[in-house]
Design a protein around this ligand. Structure first.
Ligand SMILES: Cc1cc2nc3c(=O)[nH]c(=O)nc-3n(C[C@H](O)[C@H](O)[C@H](O)COP(=O)(O)OP(=O)(O)OC[C@H]3O[C@@H](n4cnc5c(N)ncnc54)[C@H](O)[C@@H]3O)c2cc1C
Ligand SMILES: *[C@@H]1O[C@H](CO)[C@@H](O)[C@H](O)[C@H]1NC(C)=O
Ligand SMILES: *[C@@H]1O[C@H](CO)[C@@H](O)[C@H](O)[C@H]1NC(C)=O
Length: 449
């Protein structure tokens, strides 16, 4: 890029996808503008995990300092997940990471906290970061792509990256997908989600029940037919988050905010399947009106992430909103981000080629992960207790998703030359055929095999 002007990139949305894209583009010499609608979304959300496939990207930022800060603030002392039956019987443990190196690349903590740390780093790199102003229209002509802001101002750049989340307006404006396309996406599941700070009394209870330990963060999982409950206790017992996936019997809504608070009776009804266990203890110490009831929405994978003109691309949840049961929302957004930045860096000014290459490199990988969220959910529809209790380790080994062991930059580096050549040669085929297959298609990884 020494012989040309740096590419200019407008990024819409300062979530994990938008921020990661901004950081990776600036670090590759591009000129970046970020537009974010909300002044403060950091108060919402609960626990967020970034697994090694996204974590290795973050680890590289600012000589490892961003990752260190996240570890220092979050739950960096998880070693394993303890699996329990609904009646409290201990089944088995699943390692949190395959070895110490991979554990170091796994980031978890309060979503707002992780987001603030990454936002603060992005601010040191991107002078043109506009917070509190939304994009109302996506624009494109032969030479540029642009956006109109809610202030009426219009900005132009070489390309636009729309990282505007699951309810992206780019889906409609850029891809022509209308809301009617989403009418069949009610998954029939919802999730109660909670985050709260403990007081001394509740910490004492957690300690008594073994949910708070001095030397480590605890992660527990309880299973029942149709119900899964995942609970984190971290930060020396100061922070608690739990999530209970349940049948959506009350038409819950999709939303992180205060408008979505769960009805305490409704919550108790589903929690009662775990009565007498430590799960019940968690509910007992959860402050009233601290839980939301969040509808799980299936958004089927889409085959095209780029505009007709080729200068605008959707990434992150805007392109492929995973179910939270994949645990991969942020990691996948980060995979998109480094891929698009790498392709832009290596496209010799041909932005359309870069965005098309990004989509081809990410397509099958992203869809495989997308499916895993559904598979995870469906795996607990009816729990085969007899098989599990006969051989608990066999069951827990199957729960180790191979998809975490992945280096998105290495994959992009390896695939880009061939993909770029296909694009230049106009090789014909459907988006599925032209996209890069996921090696060995496998999703589950069995340690030791
Ligand atoms: C408030 C909130 C809380 C969340 N809490 C959790 C959690 O606790 N655990 C978890 O696993 N996941 C949580 N998520 C989801 C998780 O952050 C995403 O799945 C993942 O990080 C993918 O990120 P993304 O950047 O693609 O999308 P998002 O994180 O949704 O970011 C999209 C960003 O775009 C902005 N935006 C949208 N439209 C416009 C527009 N027109 N103009 C400008 N900006 C716009 C939004 O304000 C948002 O900041 C939360 C998301 C949000 C928004
Ligand atoms: C940890 O596991 C990863 C993934 O299998 C592997 O690539 C890496 O070499 C391992 N590291 C160590 C120190 O064993
Ligand atoms: C699980 O959900 C299915 C479908 O909603 C229902 O038929 C079944 O009875 C439920 N099982 C239990 C134990 O609630």
């Amino acid at each position: 890029m020494t012989t040309q002007n740096p590419l200019s990139v407008i990024i819409v949305g300062a979530g994990f996808g938008g921020l990661a894209a901004a950081i990776e583009c600036v670090n590759r010499g591009m000129k970046v503008t970020i537009i974010e609608k909300y002044a403060d979304s950091n108060s919402q959300g609960d626990i967020l995990d970034i697994f090694p496939n996204g974590g290795r990207v973050i680890k590289a930022w600012n000589e490892g300092k961003v990752g260190e800060e996240i570890h220092a603030s979050g739950c960096n002392k998880i070693y394993d997940m303890e699996i329990h039956k609904y009646d409290g019987k201990f089944i088995s443990t699943v390692p949190w990471a395959i070895n110490e190196t991979e554990r170091d690349l796994t980031y978890a903590g309060h979503r707002g906290k992780l987001h603030s740390i990454i936002l603060d780093y992005a601010k040191t790199l991107v002078p043109d970061l506009r917070i509190g102003v939304g994009v109302i229209a996506y624009l494109e002509n032969d030479k540029k792509a642009g956006v109109t802001l809610s202030t009426g101002e219009t900005l132009w750049a070489d390309c636009v990256i729309a990282a505007d989340g699951p309810r992206s307006i780019a889906r409609e404006q850029v891809l022509g997908l209308f809301n009617e396309d989403e009418t069949n996406t009610d998954s029939k599941w919802a999730v109660f989600r909670t985050f709260f700070k403990t007081d001394e009394a509740s910490r004492a209870i957690l300690k008594e029940r073994g949910l708070f330990k001095e030397d480590r963060d605890t992660l527990r999982f309880w299973m029942c037919d149709n119900l899964t409950l995942l609970a984190f206790v971290w930060n020396d017992g100061l922070d608690v988050a739990w999530a209970l996936v349940h049948p959506d019997d009350r038409e819950s809504k999709e939303g992180w905010g205060n408008s979505n608070i769960a009805d305490p009776d409704h919550l108790r009804k589903w929690m009662s399947y775990f009565s007498g266990t430590d799960a019940q203890t968690l509910l007992d110490i959860t402050p009233e009106r601290k839980s939301i009831d969040f509808k799980l929405v299936y958004r089927p994978p889409i085959s095209k992430w780029t505009s007709t003109g080729g200068r605008t691309i959707l990434i992150g949840d805007a392109a492929h909103a995973n179910l939270p049961t994949a645990g991969q929302g942020a990691s996948q957004a980060v995979e998109d981000a480094i891929t698009v930045a790498y392709c832009l860096q290596n496209c010799e000014g041909d932005v359309r080629l870069a965005l098309e290459a990004t989509q081809r490199i990410r397509f099958h990988r992203s869809n495989a992960v997308h499916k895993s969220g559904q598979a995870n959910r469906d795996a607990f529809f009816k729990t085969p207790w007899e098989d599990i209790e006969a051989d608990p380790d066999k069951f827990t080994r199957k729960r180790w998703p191979k998809l975490k062991i992945w280096d998105p930059l290495e994959f992009a580096e390896k695939q880009f030359p061939k993909v770029a050549k296909d694009i230049k040669d106009n090789v014909p085929g459907s988006p599925e055929e032209l996209a890069v297959p996921v090696p060995d298609g496998g999703y589950w990884y069995v340690p030791g095999s």
